[in-house]
Write a protein that binds this ligand. Structure first.
Ligand SMILES: [Zn+2]
Length: 83
């Protein structure tokens, strides 16, 4: 099993958080540049106070985003545990 690159994990950690666009059925996790980690659900404007990286995803969240965020948490946890 490969771990996510640390730079990728840090970019996800620094993201804006979970947001549910009105035109989608799932909440996506948004990066600092308003892209999602799954590549879907792109929006131009996001609220300021989104549920962030540490928020536990719900079953209504995008599976692709949930997996990428979980992988980022794992990669950062491994990094922290090794020091
Ligand atoms: Zn997504």
């Amino acid at each position: 099993m490969s771990t996510m690159r640390k730079s990728t994990a840090l970019a996800i950690q620094a993201g804006k958080g979970w947001y549910w666009p009105t035109n989608t059925r799932k909440a996506h996790y948004y990066l600092a540049d308003n892209r999602t980690v799954c590549g879907k659900g792109v929006v131009l404007v996001l609220p300021e106070d989104l549920a962030g990286f540490g928020t536990y995803p719900s079953p209504d969240d995008c599976v692709g985003c949930t997996r990428r965020v979980a992988a980022a948490k794992s990669a950062l946890a491994v990094e922290g545990g090794a020091s």
